[in-house]
Design a protein around this ligand. Structure first.
Ligand SMILES: [Zn+2]
Length: 470
C-alpha cells in the first residue's frame, strides 16, 4: 500500500492538476474560435484574388505567396517547402457535335490529357468501359461515351478502349445541371494514352439516347491541354513543443481550376489558417510540437503529402490530422487506428455534445493526404462532417466558389479542430509509434482498400518501403 501510494499519489496529483487547465484552455480556444471570422475572411481574399489554385499555375504560386504573407501579418512564420511533380496545364478543350446538329459541347479534359490535333469521329457507347462492354461493338476509330457512374478505374477503361481502337473518350458527369467534374486522369502523373474529356450529364445522356436509336453522332475533339513538370511547394508552419513528438495537421491548398476551390479545399486551407491564429494567440507552446502543412498537388495525386510524409522519417510523429472538406464536424475518425480511440474518446467527452454528435468513428478510407502518412506508418485522423448537399455538389466544378462558403461553418469547425489539436499536443499518454509496413498493409486490407490503392499505383509494395519506427 505504502509503495503504491508513494508512486500513485504524485501521478494522480499531476493528472488532476493537468486536466483542469487543459480543459479551461480548450474551452477558451473554442469560445474564441467560434467568435473569429479570420478563416472566412482569408478564404474570401484567396478565392477572389486568385481563382482556382491548380498546382503549378501562376494563380497557385501567387496564392502561396499571399498565404505566407497573411500568416506573417498575424505573427506566424511560415516557410515554403519546394518540390517538383508531374504537372499539367489546361489549354482550350474543344468538343463540337457535328451530326445530327452542329453544337459546341461543354467539356473539360482530365488532367494529364495531352494535346492533339483536331479529329472527327463517330461516337460509340462503351458503357462502363469494361472489356466485356466492347464485345460486339465496332469501336475502332471512334470516340467512346463512358457512363457516369462507372466503377472501372481509368487505367482499365483506357487500356480496353485503346485495345479496341478508340481514339478518345467522353466521360459523362455524375452531377446534373451543366456541371463539369474536373478530375485527375492519373495518380502517378503519366500522360494519358488517349484524350479523355469530362462532358456534362445532360449532353452526355443526350448523345446516349441518340445512339440508342442508332442515330449516328459525330463529334470533333481537340485540346491544347498538356503535361509539364511543375515546380511548386507546400507551406509549413512549426510551433515547437517542449519535446520533439509531433502532431501534424494538414490540408490541401491546391484546387481544380474551373471554379475557385472554395470548398475543396479552400475550406481546409482557411481552417488551417484560423487554427494557426488561435494557436499563436492561446497556445504557442505545448508539450508536443505542432506542425501545420498546406499541401499542394493533392488533386492530381497527393503529390505534396507524398513529398512531405517521407521527410518525417526518423522523426517522432504521434499522429497526422487531415482536413479535406471538413464541414460541421459530426465525429472524429480514428481511420482504423485502435490505439487512438482512448484519446479521441476523452476528447469527444470533453466537448459539448452538439459539437461532435456522433462521437468517435474508426473507418479508414482512401482519397486524400492522410493516405501518404498512413503509408509511412503514421496513425492518422480526420473528421466526419456535414456540408450541405447544395454546396458539396459543386466540388471540382465551376460552381465551387466563395459564395457557397459559410462563415459560421468555418468558425465552428475551426473551433472544434483546434480544440482537438490542442488536446493531442498536450494530453499525457499519447504514444508515438509508427506501424510496420506489414501492419499498414493489413489496415488497408481490413477496409477493403487494396484494389483501390493498386489501381492508382499507390499500393506500398510498388513503392519504396516505409521507414522503420524511430
Ligand atoms: Zn479535396
Amino acid at each position: 500500500m505504502i509503495m503504491l501510494n508513494k508512486f500513485l499519489l504524485p501521478l494522480l496529483l499531476a493528472g488532476s492538476l493537468c486536466a483542469q487547465p487543459l480543459q479551461t484552455m480548450q474551452d477558451k480556444i473554442v469560445a474564441d474560435g467560434v467568435a473569429d471570422r479570420a478563416g472566412y475572411d482569408f478564404l474570401g481574399r484567396l478565392c477572389d484574388d486568385f481563382g482556382g489554385r491548380l498546382t503549378g499555375s501562376p494563380n497557385n504560386r501567387d496564392a502561396l505567396a499571399r498565404t505566407v504573407a497573411e500568416l506573417k501579418a498575424i505573427g506566424v512564420e511560415a516557410r515554403l517547402e519546394p518540390f517538383t511533380m508531374p504537372g499539367w496545364v489546361r489549354g482550350d478543350d474543344e468538343a463540337v457535335m457535328l451530326t445530327p446538329i452542329v453544337r459546341r459541347l461543354r467539356v473539360a479534359s482530365l488532367s494529364y490529357t495531352q494535346p492533339h490535333e483536331p479529329f472527327e469521329a463517330e461516337v460509340v457507347d462503351i458503357h462502363d468501359g469494361r472489356e466485356e462492354d466492347f464485345a460486339g461493338l465496332a469501336a475502332a476509330g471512334k470516340i467512346g461515351l463512358l457512363a457516369a457512374n462507372t466503377s472501372v478505374p481509368r487505367g482499365q477503361y483506357e487500356t480496353a478502349a485503346l485495345k479496341h481502337g478508340v481514339r478518345g473518350i467522353l466521360f459523362i458527369d455524375r452531377e446534373g445541371g451543366g456541371q463539369l467534374l474536373a478530375r485527375t486522369g492519373s495518380f502517378v502523373g503519366e500522360p494519358l494514352r488517349l484524350p479523355i474529356y469530362s462532358i456534362t450529364q445532360e449532353e452526355g445522356l443526350w448523345i446516349g439516347r441518340l445512339l440508342q436509336r442508332h442515330q449516328p453522332v459525330r463529334v470533333r475533339l481537340t485540346t491544347r491541354s498538356h503535361c509539364e513538370q511543375a515546380e511548386t511547394a507546400n507551406i509549413v508552419v512549426c510551433f515547437p513543443g517542449r519535446n520533439a513528438d509531433t502532431i501534424i495537421v494538414g490540408a490541401h491548398f491546391d484546387s481544380w481550376d474551373l471554379g475557385q476551390g472554395a470548398t475543396d479545399n479552400g475550406l481546409g486551407t482557411a481552417q488551417l489558417f484560423a487554427l494557426a491564429k488561435l494557436l499563436k494567440n492561446h497556445a504557442p507552446q505545448n508539450l508536443r510540437t505542432i506542425e501545420l502543412v498546406w499541401f499542394n498537388g493533392e488533386e492530381q495525386g497527393l503529390w505534396g503529402s507524398r513529398h512531405h510524409a517521407p521527410l518525417t522519417r526518423g522523426r517522432p510523429v504521434a499522429t497526422m490530422l487531415n482536413l479535406d472538406m471538413v464541414g460541421y464536424p459530426l465525429s472524429v475518425n480514428a481511420l482504423g487506428y485502435d490505439e487512438l480511440l482512448p484519446v479521441l474518446q476523452r476528447f469527444a467527452a470533453s466537448m459539448p455534445k452538439e459539437r461532435l454528435r456522433e462521437g468517435v468513428t474508426n473507418i479508414n478510407w482512401f482519397g486524400s493526404d492522410h493516405t501518404s502518412f498512413q503509408l509511412e506508418g503514421i496513425p492518422s485522423i480526420t473528421f466526419g462532417a456535414h456540408i450541405d448537399r447544395e454546396v458539396v455538389r459543386y466540388y471540382h466544378d465551376l460552381g465551387d466558389t466563395f459564395d457557397k462558403s459559410d462563415p459560421k461553418m468555418i468558425s465552428e469547425s475551426t473551433a472544434t479542430i483546434t480544440a482537438l489539436v490542442y488536446r493531442l499536443a498536450n494530453e499525457p499518454g499519447l504514444s508515438v509509434k509508427r506501424h510496420t509496413s506489414t501492419e499498414t498493409l493489413e489496415l488497408f486490407r481490413k477496409f477493403d482498400l487494396e484494389k483501390r490503392l493498386r489501381s492508382v499505383g499507390l499500393w506500398p509494395a510498388e513503392n519504396p518501403p516505409p521507414a522503420k519506427t524511430p
